[in-house]
Design a protein around this ligand. Structure first.
Ligand SMILES: [Zn+2]
Length: 373
């Protein structure tokens, strides 16, 4: 009798647990039938609990189990609605960052950002990957930058190895909707020798005639992704190119009659500009500002400054002026800014400083430094 009671108690617990664990209505129905049959058998053997009472207990329990399942179903539905709502809110906020109706474009660094905003006008929303005040030679895009590029309709790169990450991002974008424009493609023809190696010089944007060719490529990109506004982009590009023609003409005239032709620059950014206007560039650092010179090279530059009676050593705004100052103080020369326009500090941007103003400022400083008439 004792062993039979223990057996019955154990079975009852098993049934309870099984019903609680039943996850679907189908399972629940099968369990209900099985359990009823078990309870009927049990009541015949068991005298201490009448069948009706046991059945009533089961019905109450079954009802609780059923309610429990309904609550689970309701909770599941609430979760589905919440997840859907969150997804919708995320989509809306993501679209909120972008401007609907405008072409999303990414650019790798400041001059291309400037050209692209000018050509795109109010049809484009442009995102610059290298922060305005950072040096593009050694900037690495963040995961957020890459996601933004993938969301863009077009990306404008300089090429000529300015962007160390350029090839990687081009591989990532293969087969995507993002059009890749390499504005300096085929323009970066100059090479410099650095530590016995030939290095491609990417600084084409500092020659206004080459900058115009970059603008042409950007314009073609816009027309490809938004052909309906072809005439608009053509007009905007033409307006900007006229400003560059003016700069070219001012540089030619402004640098035609000078006492000096040598420019000692912070890094080797002015090769194309020097070639265009008949100047000789003597860079302190290499093609990239982080290519620091040896002590021997610094001595050679200082000797050349004395020998050629160079009056000004140039430095640039985004790089430490220390090396330029060292040579200047050793040789009695002055220091002045010659801006490679690789970035613009946020405060200067706010004050309306742009590529055109910086080119004009560069011309003024060159004229002073080279004693031009
Ligand atoms: Zn540079």
């Amino acid at each position: 009798m004792n062993s039979e009671k223990e057996n019955t108690d154990t079975r009852s617990k098993e049934e309870t647990i099984t019903i609680l664990c039943a996850k679907t209505a189908g399972q629940y129905q099968i369990l209900k039938i099985n359990t009823l049959q078990n309870l009927k058998k049990k009541s015949k053997k068991q005298k201490d609990l009448p069948f009706e009472l046991t059945l009533w207990n089961f019905s109450a329990f079954a009802l609780i189990a059923k309610i429990n399942m309904n609550i689970r179903a309701i909770l599941f539905l609430i979760l589905v609605f919440l997840a859907g709502g969150l997804f919708f809110a995320f989509r809306v906020s993501k679209q909120g960052n972008q401007n609907p109706g405008k072409i999303q474009v990414a650019t790798s660094f400041y001059p291309l950002y400037f050209f692209t905003t000018q050509v795109g006008g109010d049809k484009a929303q442009v995102f610059n990957i290298t922060p305005a005040s950072a040096e593009p030679h050694d900037y690495d895009p963040t995961t957020k930058d890459i996601a933004k590029v993938q969301d863009s309709r077009m990306i404008v790169l300089n090429g000529g190895k300015l962007e160390s990450w350029g090839n990687k991002i081009r591989d990532n974008l293969k087969g995507s909707k993002t059009l890749v424009i390499v504005a300096g493609d085929s323009l970066a023809t100059r090479e410099l020798s650095e530590n016995g190696k030939k290095i491609q010089d990417p600084h084409v944007w500092l020659d206004p005639t080459l900058a115009k060719q970059e603008i042409e490529k950007i314009k073609e990109g816009f027309i490809k992704v938004d052909p309906a506004n072809k005439a608009y982009y053509e007009k905007k590009a033409s307006d900007l190119e006229k400003k560059l023609d003016q700069i070219d003409s001012d540089f030619k005239k402004g640098l035609a009659n000078c006492q000096q032709k040598d420019i000692v620059t912070s890094h080797a950014a002015f090769g194309y500009l020097a070639a265009r206007y008949g100047l000789t560039q003597i860079p302190i650092s290499g093609v990239s500002p982080d290519q620091e010179p040896s002590a021997q090279k610094l001595t050679e530059i200082a000797d050349l400054v004395r020998k050629n009676n160079i009056k000004v050593i140039f430095f640039e705004s985004l790089v430490s002026p220390k090396l330029s100052q060292t040579i200047a103080s050793e040789t009695g020369a002055k220091t002045m800014v010659l801006d490679p326009i690789e970035g613009v500090a946020p405060q200067d941007l706010k004050n309306g400083v742009d590529y055109i103003k910086l080119m004009n400022q560069n011309l003024e400083n060159l004229q002073t430094a080279l004693q031009c008439q």
